[in-house]
Structure formats: C-alpha cells, structure tokens
Design a protein around this ligand. Structure first.
Ligand code: BJW
Ligand code: ZN
Length: 248
C-alpha cells in the first residue's frame, strides 16, 4: 500500500513512538472484540459481568466468564501486528506500547515497554488482603476461588467499569504519549475513558497521530492520518517502510 508522504517523513525523523492499542489488534489472533456485531457485548451484558457489584452478586458466574476468556487467550498466538510492533524496537530509540488489552499478547510477541491500562487476565488477586495468585496457584473449580491466607474471594486483575485505572501506570503512559513523536492508535473504538484520553495527550504534546482501524471511529476526524485496514496487514507494511527509511 502507498502511505502518505508526510507520514513517511515523520517515520524517518521519529525517535520516540507510541502504540496505543485496543481489542482490534488481537482480533486476528481470534480474540473477540467488545463492540460491533461480533463483539462480546452483543452476547454478554457488561453490567452483569464487568463490574465489582456483579462479581459480589454472582462471583461464580463472573469467574467462569473470565475462565472462558482466559482459555481463548491462552490458546491464541500473537499475530503479525503484535510482532511488527515488537520489531519496531530495533529501529526507533524509544518504542512504548500502551494497551487496553488484558491478553498479554504484546509481551508474548516480544515488546518490552508495555503499559497495561486495564490489567492482565493472567493475574488474579484476593479482594480482601490483595495477595496475588497466578492461575497455576489456583485450584480450578466452577466457583470463584478463595484466598488461602484470609478466605477472601479471588478476582481477575482487570479493571472493571467504575474502577480506577492503576494510577502510576496511567500517569506514566500519559507522559510517554505526550513526549512521543508519533502515536499510533490501533484497533480501538476509543470510547472507554480515561484510556481514550491517551491520543489527546499525545496530540497536545505535538505528536503525529496515526489511526489504524478497519473502520472510521470517534477519533478519525481528529487524527493526522487515518489508515483503514487490518492491523495485522498494515503494521508489517509500515515496518517494511521503517526498515528502508532507517537504512538498517
Ligand atoms: C480492528 C480489527 C483489525 C477490529 N484491525 N482494527 C468519561 C465519559 C464517559 C464515560 C466515562 C468517562 N470517564 C469514565 C467513564 C465511565 C467508563 C466509560 O468510559 N464508559 C464509556 C464506555 C461510556 N469508564 C470507567 O468506568 C473506567 N473507570 C473509571 O472511570 O473510574 C473512575 C474512578 C476514579 C476513581 C475511583 C473510582 C472510579 C474503567 C474502564 C474499564 C474498562 N474495562 C473493560 C473491561 C476490561 C476487562 C475485560 O476485558 O473484561 O476494558 S471494558 C472494554 O472496553 C475493555 C477494553 O479494554 C475497553 C476498550 O475497548 P476497545 O479495546 O476499544 O475494543 P472495542 O471492541 O470497543 O473496539 C475494537 C476496535 O477494533 C473497533 O474500532 C474495530 O473496528 C477495530 N478492529 N478488528 C484493526 N483486525
Ligand atoms: Zn486474602
């Protein structure tokens, strides 16, 4: 595909690059997105599953839903989009990934600087004493497991609606976005706050905003360059351009 000249110039001179990603980047790995016709929220109601009150009302149901999704994630592999982002680290001074995803696929693809805004499905913690547990440490049964130390309920380490994001991670992410030369916004509907403030933070710091999505979003009219296409196809093409432009 032909990219616009202004974008190629930015790629050539950029030192610090940020990838702000959402569920769309993992869609080609077979992990369902949230919104849209095939999205999770078409089949499951977020208010019954993705908030703390729902967990307290019915811990077993919420736990089982996350067990089901954890299995999908475990069986999935990073795709060409995740790998292209990881490889960008060889060509720019600074590459950061700010992700809303909980699937750990950026890390599995080899990215090293990752800000997880909404947690990680591989971790769990006790709601009372905050002790962390890996899945291997938990016995699998139908209901939510209980803490060995205090008997409290164990929940997945993800951020539900109405809960604060990990403050230090969010602030650090805002900072790297603000100080970036290019900020790619990849596979997100950009409607969930405060994560959706990240592109604005980048823009306010003078970063060049590039959106990659299969369709226009709320953000499209505010970005410098909107590329319509699958991230697993577009990102490897951008990487090829970067390799040539950086002459390495
Ligand atoms: C492709 C593709 C391909 C497909 N290639 N592209 C301001 C205004 C309005 C509301 C609020 C506000 N501030 C806060 C709120 C409330 C709320 C919120 O934002 N609600 C809106 C939805 C209206 N926010 C919160 O509650 C947050 N907490 C909070 O504000 O706390 C305040 C507080 C402070 C102090 C004390 C106490 C409280 C928390 C939000 C947590 C979100 N959690 C979830 C679930 C995580 C766990 C789980 O996975 O179960 O995070 S919701 C869900 O949405 C998930 C995602 O990370 C997040 C974003 O979704 P994403 O990634 O954008 O996915 P989709 O499906 O929406 O989009 C996919 C895109 O990919 C689409 O555009 C496709 O076209 C595209 N695509 N295939 C490229 N191959
Ligand atoms: Zn405990």
């Amino acid at each position: 595909m032909e990219f616009k000249e202004e974008f190629l110039q930015k790629l050539k001179s950029a030192g610090s690059v940020v990838f702000f990603t959402g569920a769309g980047i993992s869609a080609e790995s077979g992990i369902p997105t949230f919104r849209g016709n095939e999205g999770l929220w078409k089949k499951f109601r977020p208010e019954e599953l993705a908030n703390f009150d729902a967990f307290i009302r019915n811990p077993g149901l919420v736990w089982e839903w996350y067990q089901y999704r954890r299995k999908i994630v475990e069986e999935a592999q990073p795709n060409a989009g995740h790998f292209a982002i990881a490889e960008m680290e060889n060509y720019f001074d600074n590459v950061s990934v700010i992700t809303q995803n909980i699937d750990n696929l950026h890390a599995r693809a080899g990215s090293t600087k990752i800000y997880e805004l909404h947690g990680n499905i591989e971790r769990n913690y006790c709601i009372d004493c905050k002790t962390y547990y890996t899945h291997e440490e938990l016995e699998s049964s139908g209901s939510a497991p209980e803490c060995r130390l205090c008997g409290g309920l164990i929940r997945p380490d993800v951020v539900w609606f109405g809960e604060p994001l990990p403050q230090n991670i969010f602030s650090a992410a805002e900072n790297v976005a603000r100080n970036s030369d290019i900020c790619f916004v990849v596979g997100t509907s950009a409607v969930v706050y405060p994560a959706a403030y990240i592109p604005g933070a980048a823009k306010s710091g003078g970063s060049y905003l590039v959106e990659i999505n299969i369709e226009p979003t709320e953000l499209s009219y505010r970005v410098d360059y909107s590329i319509i296409g699958k991230s697993g196809e577009i990102l490897p093409q951008i990487l090829e351009k970067v390799k040539k432009l950086k002459n390495r």
